[in-house]
Design a protein around this ligand. Structure first.
Ligand SMILES: [Zn+2]
Length: 314
């Protein structure tokens, strides 16, 4: 009996003393969304264990926090997030985790696109129906703290990778040189990705895109595309009939060949718009995920999206 109790005591003390560097000595890292998780894995290699909070197919904009995540947060040492209001559910998790987990906000210091200065083409005023200025003046937006979709610009992704490298090095200095080496070679891959996108986009015959939600603003600004319309200006909120009519008139005015839906949201409205405008619906994916073949790395995801854009715009 005594022996048993002692054994339980030993087990308990071992369990309670498990440090953050557990699971075979790997640094425990949490990433809010998949693109960040992949970057952390590229930099951290086998020295990190990365958990993604928002699962494949879900949107961070409409994500419902699960209580079970508190445990994940309690055992982690690094929490990587975008910021700019994307992870509206994170504060509660960080606070309730019990540990002093300081989030690493990857968009800090970046010049964020505000809804007021979105890269939209004002010349559409000449198009029919466009006299109502709803698309430009309505700021019922969830991105008031700045548009959070910085990762879709590979240049900003490079800044994120460098920040991730710094955060991992601070959390686990023993592997600082490994992180540095991996980051260096990954940054080279991102340069190649950027070059590939530039070359492909330069051959596009049209530069206007209709995006599903305001996810492609940084990408468009980087590569000289123009957002001719956004279907859901507030993710999860359907456009009004007037907004739908406005988007349809823009599609016709610009001879746009496709509207883009996204796997994290219902394609219903995009289908309605496409049918009315007589164009097709293609799927752009701003998030990807571990379980999605071809979109299970950030570079794979961006390559997929480029192919889809090419289909619609070349
Ligand atoms: Zn989004």
């Amino acid at each position: 009996m005594m022996k048993n109790r002692f054994f339980v005591w030993i087990l308990l003390s071992v369990f309670l003393s498990i440090p953050s560097l557990s699971y075979g000595g790997k640094l425990q890292v949490i990433a809010s969304i998949f693109p960040i998780a992949d970057m952390a894995r590229q930099v951290g290699g086998n020295d990190v264990e990365v958990t993604t909070v928002v699962p494949a197919g879900a949107s961070p904009h409409t994500f419902e926090m699960k209580p079970s995540l508190v445990k994940t947060f309690a055992s982690a040492k690094v929490f990587l997030m975008i910021g700019a209001g994307l992870e509206f559910w994170a504060d509660q998790l960080v606070q309730s985790s019990g540990q002093k987990l300081k989030p690493v906000v990857l968009s800090d210091g970046m010049t964020l696109i505000r809804s007021a200065d979105l890269h939209r083409d004002e010349s559409v005023k000449e198009a029919p129906h466009a006299s109502n200025k709803s698309a430009h003046t309505e700021h019922a937006h969830s991105h008031d703290s700045g548009n959070p979709h910085v990762w879709l610009d590979p240049h900003l992704a490079k800044t994120m990778v460098t920040r991730i490298q710094e955060a991992l090095s601070i959390a686990n200095p023993d592997h600082a040189s490994d992180y540095e080496n991996r980051a260096k070679s990954y940054l080279g891959e991102l340069d190649a990705l950027d070059k590939g996108i530039s070359e492909t986009v330069s051959q596009f015959s049209t530069r206007q895109i209709i995006s599903f939600h305001p996810s492609w603003d940084y990408f468009a600004a980087r590569y000289g595309l123009t957002l001719a319309g956004v279907i859901e200006k507030t993710p999860g909120r359907n456009p009004t009939p007037r907004e739908i009519a406005d988007i349809v008139s823009r599609i016709k005015a610009y001879h746009i060949r496709a509207v883009f839906a996204e796997p994290q949201f219902s394609p219903k409205v995009a289908d309605v718009i496409a049918r009315e405008a007589g164009v097709k619906v293609l799927i752009l994916d701003p998030l990807g995920g571990e379980t999605l073949v071809g979109r299970n790395t950030y570079i794979g995801l961006m390559t997929y999206n480029l192919q889809i854009m090419k289909e619609a715009m070349q």
